[in-house]
Design a protein around this ligand. Sequence first.
Ligand code: NAP
Length: 288
Amino acid sequence: MKVGYIGLGIMGLPCVLNLLKAGHQVTVWARRKESAQAALDAGASWADSPSSLAQGVEVVVTNVSDTADVEAVLLGNDGVVQGASAGLVCVDMSTISPIGARAIASKLAESGIDFLDCPVSGGQVGAVNGTLTIMVGGKAEALARAKPALEAMGMTITHIGDSGAGQVAKACNQIAVGVGVAAVAEVMKLAKACGVDPVPVREALLGGFAQSRVLDIHGQRMIDDNYVPGFKAQLHLKDMGIVLDTARELGIRLPEAERVEGLIRQLVEQGEGELDSSAIARLIWQQN
Ligand code: NAP
């Protein structure tokens, strides 16, 4: 199928390579053309603007940073909406606010364009291997049309509900990951404080009820004290902001998420936003 792709970073570039590998025709646009070079070398075509990228494709995928960035490339000057024809499906794989996703969907609907919020979990490894977990919000009929493209990038594709529901699922995911990282850091802290080696503790726990990807991957990072990303703390802070803003708008408290957001914020504010967000373990270990 003919796919346009915008956002060729850690996640977007491997997704484009997988789309090409699956036989799709991919056109890309990037605000800095050098970000697109690897995709062009692999066989993607170049468009001069988001609006020209939208002409003649069936699906446009965005994988940029935050809500304002998705708005800019889809709805801004020379944005996708200006070149698109009715019937286009816009798939946004960025992690943005559920409210922002709903607003973008209704703006695009005015031009007959469908919007699916499709945030992902699985990290860079999942993007490279084409095994992402994709959480979809929007119309089932639009999902059916975009599915061949999604299947080239992800392994588990779950239709969560209406517009915004995919982003709600992603916000839930980020609470579970963040609080899980803090819990694993406390596991290590207690073991060490008791004079017990955390290495066999992690191994034992991986075979029991406390088993998790967070214990496996981030637990190993903590043992190695190696926080090369992975998932940058500054992006996790953005996501925890989405979680807490959503909770605030609904008038509910999420105290565990608040605590983790505070730790990630401290990490970013001390200039370590480029580290993997599991580096909050160091802060937890420094506390009494
Ligand atoms: P990244 O490496 O920083 O890449 C983002 C890309 O989007 C860059 O190529 C950037 O262009 C482009 N971009 C951003 N704002 C733009 C704008 N206004 N106009 C045009 N292009 C713009 O980030 P990433 O790690 O791929 O993450 C992308 C999204 O996936 C984020 O929402 C993130 O939270 C989410 N996510 C990331 C992971 C992960 O493990 N990394 C996992 C799940 C979800 P330039 O090259 O010009 O800067």
